[in-house]
Ligand binder design. Structure first.
Ligand SMILES: [Mg+2]
Length: 311
């Protein structure tokens, strides 16, 4: 449920100059603000610059994709700013914006971010690797095959000549790599133990997902019941599968129907989880974030206030 806020007089814009669409969004917003909102007190800050300490504004606008939004959330925590945040999606997947129903074009999303008066509180997830805090995340953590597939996707995306078609195909190419990995990878079993409040599981399956929202890159829905504002994590542990079952499970996870059709899938909702695994790469909100042995994730209910409607 959204509550109402007031029209801001001062805005801090957090941007990421490393992203191509972020630079486009920057140009667009600069022009729009000077033409349509010359009265606003504006500050611009790079999301990777944690040293700069701007004055606390009445609103923050984050321009970028899912990775930039996560960086921005941690930037705000570092600077102890707990104020409404508007999003201008400027990434490749824009998973979070899609999940929140935020428009994907610059004109509509910037109008909402600047003038929107509805605020929705959503949960964030606090993550530690091997006992070391690594900050907050917003969407989906995964380990096992998804990290391997993303590693390959990133490599193709940075390869000269094919980088443009790979970026253009985006989700389709990611899904192709996922199918290829399921059918041909020899390492499809990732032993781990998972403690979920009072339960403990051992897994040798291809992937474990911990979700604050339903959808991951590529359009997969591993945590179909996840909600951003229910104060709970959704945990999905895929079972070890044969090559034949892999194709079926792949299709089911694409549509989020695997909970009904695969009785071996473990699905739980909880406030926190502890995972112990071989030190293999893991994904946080679509980015490879390290190779920890022990991962602990805890939900922080209603931690982020997002501008979500005009009221
Ligand atoms: Mg939730």
């Amino acid at each position: 449920m959204a509550i109402q806020t007031s029209r801001p007089n001062s805005i801090l814009i957090l941007h990421n100059p490393g992203s191509r669409r972020g630079v486009e969004a920057h140009r667009f917003l600069e022009e729009k603000l000077s033409q349509e909102h010359p009265h606003l007190n504006l500050q611009w800050c790079q999301v990777l610059d944690t040293q700069e300490t701007p004055e606390c504004p009445e609103r923050v606008i984050v321009m970028g994709g899912d990775g930039t939004i996560r960086l921005a959330m941690n930037w705000l925590t570092t600077h102890e700013m707990n104020i409404p945040v508007g999003l201008i999606p400027a990434g490749t997947g824009n998973n979070l914006a899609k999940g929140l129903g935020i428009p994907l074009d610059f004109e509509s999303s910037s109008n909402l971010a600047i003038e929107g008066l509805g605020v929705r509180s959503i949960d964030t997830l606090d993550v530690t690797f091997d006992g070391r805090p690594i900050g907050k995340m917003l969407q989906i953590f995964s380990t096992g095959l998804p990290a391997m597939i993303t590693h390959r996707f990133d490599r193709w995306r940075k390869t000269p000549l094919v980088s443009v078609p790979v970026r253009y195909c985006g989700d389709y190419f990611y899904r192709f790599l996922a199918m290829q990995a399921l059918l041909t990878d020899r390492k499809r079993s990732f032993p781990s133990t998972i403690e979920i409040e009072n339960e403990q599981f051992s897994s040798t399956g291809p992937a474990i997902f911990v979700g604050n929202e339903a959808t991951i890159g590529g359009g997969f829905k591993p945590c179909p019941q996840a909600l951003l504002d229910d104060g709970l994590l959704d945990i999905c542990i895929l079972p070890e599968i044969s090559y034949f079952d892999a194709f079926h499970l792949f299709n089911q996870v694409s549509t989020g129907e695997h909970l009904d059709t695969h009785s071996n899938v473990v699905y739980r909702q909880a406030r926190k989880i502890k995972l112990t695994q071989e030190p293999l790469p893991v994904l946080i909100d679509g980015d490879i974030a390290g190779s920890p042995e022990i991962v602990e994730i805890e939900v922080i209910p209603g931690d982020l206030s997002l501008i979500s409607s005009k009221f």
